[in-house]
Design a protein around this ligand. Structure first.
Ligand code: HEC
Ligand code: HEC
Length: 395
């Protein structure tokens, strides 16, 4: 605070209040002093610095702890409280957590000793959605499918993006896509979109949802639940989540990269610049139709799978991954019910699926090229700090 501001405050605030301001300033100063004493951290904050009882995951960035936990939950198909005591994640009260810690170290050791440190074997390699892996081969009810790599459309299909392409090239598929949604000129004329609809799949019942999107890459969705608003937003730079009255949470790392892609307003026109390389694969079954798979590749990021309807050329599925030290968490969006809106084709329904659940959004109202204020996408400021002497709630 500069002296001019201090002067202004003094002149407008009565003496008693001034004492409080001084106290608050003293607290802020102490915190600043503490922050300055801490050794200069060269990289991102580490897991063991933010969390209380990190042993196996020491040395990973703190932001990767929760995605790693999601990976574990996804692989074993269990909830967090399978291993954790509620509201005390640091406690080792549950035997399962202690086993899991050993398993983390085992995964690291297997990969170090056998796969040059690449994350090849993960929790899911053995667990495959169950807490108890099956060590004995299963006798199938019917004649097993002899196809190497599993059936087409299975989890491993097309896993090797370098395999020989068959059919149209990625360029041809992407060109057909941009034509299918209306062509580059028509796309360019639309600069904002406001959609209203309902979301189903988040527990029983359905909730109203609004989505605001603005070119080139701003996006905000507001879901109205009985417990308050749930917001997912990307302001063009930063991603954040809002939940009821809680302070908004900034999204980091791989999840942020995925949000950025979701927020790309003219994805059909931009896709060729978003990725540096593409690999086309033959059609696979996606839901009720066959779709070409195109891998979108770029430096330092997991590949993105893009599926285009073999007939219409429209984008019907996107699978993105979030890299964690234990393995990749997948998230899949299926687009459907494409309708014409002001000369462009827009999906009126999409389903977001993860290993542990899915929800569907159905749009029933759409408005395009309406004014949407940039401020709408910005993360609101955190609520004021609690009174001095009271500890802030744990994050
Ligand atoms: C299969 C067991 C297992 C499941 C399921 C699991 N965790 Fe963990 N969690 C662990 C282990 C083990 C550690 C300690 C890791 C270490 O020692 O580095 C841990 C640590 C944590 C920590 C750090 C706590 C601290 O302060 O030290 C948080 C936070 C956490 N988990 C959150 C979650 C959340 C959220 C979920 C659900 C999405 C979850 N966990 C699911 C096993 C599990
Ligand atoms: C190489 C195979 C393999 C990998 C990789 C693996 N596990 Fe396991 N895990 C097992 C086997 C086998 C068992 C069952 C042991 C038994 O039956 O007592 C098991 C048991 C467990 C259990 C106890 C389950 C229960 O209900 O008793 C937990 C928790 C667990 N694993 C977590 C993990 C986590 C977390 C990871 C990844 C960090 C992981 N495992 C990776 C093979 C593996």
């Amino acid at each position: 605070m500069n002296t001019k501001m201090k002067g202004t405050i003094k002149s407008i605030i009565p003496i008693a209040a001034l004492a409080l301001v001084a106290l608050a300033l003293a607290v802020v100063r102490n915190e600043l002093a503490l922050a300055q004493q801490a050794p200069a951290a060269p990289g991102p904050q580490l897991a063991e610095a933010r969390f209380k009882n990190i042993q196996a995951l020491k040395g990973i960035p703190a932001d990767q702890v929760i995605p790693s936990m999601q990976f574990i939950a996804n692989s074993l198909r269990v909830e967090c409280d399978y291993c954790h005591v509620r509201n005390a994640m640091d406690k080792d009260d549950k035997e399962k957590k202690k086993i899991a810690r050993k398993m983390i170290l085992m995964e690291f050791a297997i990969n170090k000793d056998n796969f040059d440190g690449h994350t090849q074997v993960t929790c899911n390699t053995c667990h495959r959605g169950s807490a108890e892996p099956v060590g004995i081969p299963i006798i199938a009810e019917a004649e097993p499918n002899p196809m190497p790599g599993g059936p087409p459309g299975g989890p491993n299909a097309g896993m090797n993006p370098a395999a020989v392409p068959v059919g149209p090239t990625a360029d041809q598929i992407l060109d057909k896509y941009i034509q299918a949604v209306g062509g580059a000129d028509a796309l360019q004329k639309i600069t904002s979109r406001v959609e209203k609809g309902t979301l189903t799949g988040f527990g029983p019942g359905s909730f109203p949802i609004e989505i605001y999107a603005k070119a080139p890459n701003k996006r905000l969705s507001v879901m109205h639940t009985p417990r308050g608003e749930s917001i997912t937003a990307f302001d063009g730079q930063m991603g954040w989540l809002g939940n009821g009255g809680q302070p908004p949470r900034e999204v980091m790392g791989g999840e942020l990269e995925n949000m950025k892609l979701d927020a790309d307003f003219n994805f059909a026109a931009d896709v060729k610049h978003v990725f540096t390389q593409f690999r086309a694969r033959p059609p696979e079954n996606v839901g009720v139709r066959d779709a070409y798979l195109v891998f979108g590749l770029r430096q330092g990021r997991p590949p993105v799978r893009l599926y285009f309807d073999e007939q219409s050329g429209l984008l019907v599925r996107v699978v993105q991954y979030v890299e964690t030290p234990l393995g990749r968490n997948p998230a899949q969006i299926d687009f459907a019910d494409y309708r014409d809106a002001d000369g462009v084709k827009v999906p009126f329904r999409w389903t977001l699926a993860r290993p542990m659940g899915r929800f569907t959004i159905q749009v029933d109202q759409i408005q395009q090229n309406v004014a949407v204020d940039d401020a709408k996408f910005a993360k609101p400021p955190a609520p004021p700090p609690p009174p001095a002497g009271q500890k802030p709630p744990a994050p």
